[in-house]
Each structure stands twice: as structure tokens, then as C-alpha cells.
Design a binder for this molecule. Sequence first.
Ligand SMILES: *Cc1c(COP(=O)(O)O)cnc(C)c1O
Length: 371
Amino acid sequence: MPKAQETILEIDLNALRHNFEYLKSKLKSNTKFLAVVKAFAYGNDAEEIARYLQHLDIDYFAVAYANEGAALRQAGVTKPILVLHTLAVNFDVVLENCLEPNLYNAKILNEFIAFTEAENQNEYPVHIKFNTGLNRLGFWENDVDYIVSKLKATSAVKVKSLFSHLAASEDLNERDFTLRQIASFKEIAENFSKAIGYQPILHMTNTSGILNYPEAHFDMVRSGIGLYGFGNSEKESTYLKPIASLKTVISQIHQIEKGESVGYNRAYKSDALFTKTATLPLGHADGISRIYGNGKGFVIIHGKRAPIIGNVCMDMIMVNITGIDCKEGDEVIIFDGETTSAETLAEGAGTISYELITSISQRVKRVILKS
Ligand SMILES: *Cc1c(COP(=O)(O)O)cnc(C)c1O
């Protein structure tokens, strides 16, 4: 692989395929698979990733917002796309792009029915979300009769799936709570199907639930982070391969003496006789938040850790390379699947892999690797 000459995010589609196959191996053969590709496929590249996954055995895609789904249609994605967070202002984008909305409360249900009726739609596919404990989006268990009465009064929409979302599938200390969520969803789904007279697809679990709760697989599973190579547990992360590597180069090396400072607000002051620093061409505008400054984060140069010193700037960071044999132009790894992971970097600064990878901004060049 050629060395990085600027800041790049390398995306390895072979690793993506590996993760997909690993997650599929946890499912029964007839369980459907929904790939969550919201937020640029977690900061990677939603279009490349969705186009690639479409040729594997993927049944569904999900995005958070309608515009993300429209971009996938533009990129040639033809499989069904669930919009997880439907907003009324985007109904026309939903319809124009054949996206399938999540209807999660009475307001959005009634508004979408009125909209599709006005547009002369017949059995437009919709998804109904129930809240079983996350308390974020979703109808309540006792809304079933109300929803069914509204649905029976129209032919403009038809329910493709019922779903819910687990609050703590990665946290085995919350096992009792999770099992109650699963039981509650099961009961809701039974009541709903009986009342409406047909059987929508049922789905509840995200990546950690695929791994930890086979009883929550139902008819389909939804995976985001697992596809991108993180399992929210040390054990699972050994089976999965991070698909993205963030790399850059050393722009300039400085030698500073005791008492000199580095960067804005003089946040780093050298107390060693001699400190060698490297300036790197990426900063908080590229997704390396200020929380990684002042020693919370590090990069890898020739296999050695170089801590980030001082405050993270918009377009640059400075790292301490004292004792590391390196020169201007040498490659720097911020995270990859082998030397150091996004999970380690994120945890060191008190956040999670999800936040770090989804923050890598559109300014960073994406390089797709595929064999
Ligand atoms: C983001 C999201 C997922 C994916 O979760 P992962 O932990 O990344 O697998 C699944 N379902 C819903 C409703 C989501 O919002």
C-alpha cells in the first residue's frame, strides 16, 4: 500500500465484507439483514459502502434522515431504504426517492397518511416504531389499537415492519432490562399483527444485540458499527476488522527548549531540556476534536506512540516525537485496524468509537481499497 502523503481515510471493502459475513454467521439462514448507513456510513462513505453491500446478501438499508436516503438513490442504490427519523418537512423527499418512513408517533402517522392520500398512493410502505424503554422515539404499547384503527381506515399506506430499539444491548449488567424490552416488543408485535390481520417484518436489535441477544433477532437485524469493524466488546472486536484507517504525514518538525510553549494559548510548555515536536495536517475541522488535545490522544509514528500536545487547532495538531526516529514527510497513523484502533483513541479521551469515526469530516479524502 502506498504511504499517505496527506490526510486520508482509507476504507477497506474487503474488511467490510468480512464483518458482514461474520455478523451473518450469527443469524439463522432466513433472518434478514439491514445495514445502517446513516451519517455517511458512520463517517466512512455511505455511497461506496451501500453500493458495495448491495451486491452482497443485504435486504435493507437504513439512514437517519430523508436527504441521506435521497443521496443513496442518486448513487444508484435500489434496495429498500428505511428512514429512521422521519420529519414531516421531508415527506416529499421520501416519496420522490421511494424511501420508507419510520412513523413513530400519532402526529407523523396522521400527517403521512394525509400526505400519501393526497398523493393518491396505494399501500405505500411504512414502518412503525415502538418505544420499549429507550424513551427516544416510538409509540407506546397501548397505542396499538389507535394505530391499527388509523391504518384500517386508509389504503394509502401499508406496514412493512414493526420495530423497536434496545437501550443497552452492549451492557450485560442491564441484561434483565434488555430481556424485558424484548418480551415487551414480542407482545406488542403479537397484538399488532392480530389486530391488523397480517404479519409485518419484526426487528429490534443493533450490532451488540446480534452478538449478545439471539432471542432479539426476530425477522431482521440492524447493524451499523459491527459492519464498520467494532463490536463494543474486547472479544467481539477481535473477530471484526475496522474498515477505516486514518493516516497523515509529518508536515514539519520543531526542536524546542525548556520553557518554550507549543500552540494556541501556550497550552503545552516543555519542561524537558529538549523536546522534538511534529506538526500534522489535520485538526478539529477534520474530526479530531479538542478533547484529544493535551495528552488525551496520540498518534503512531513508526510503531511508536506520539501524544498530542497542546490544544488541537482547526487544521493542525502537534505531537511529541521526542525519542522517535522520524523525519518530515513520514507517515503517521491516527487509527487503523492493526496498530491502534479508533476505539482505543476514543476511550482514552472519554468518548466512544461511534463519535470519533462519524466525526471524520468531508474534507478528509476517502481512498477506497478493494481487491
Ligand atoms: C444507529 C441505529 C442502529 C445501528 O446501531 P449499531 O450499534 O451501530 O449497530 C440500529 N437501529 C437504530 C434505530 C439506530 O438508530
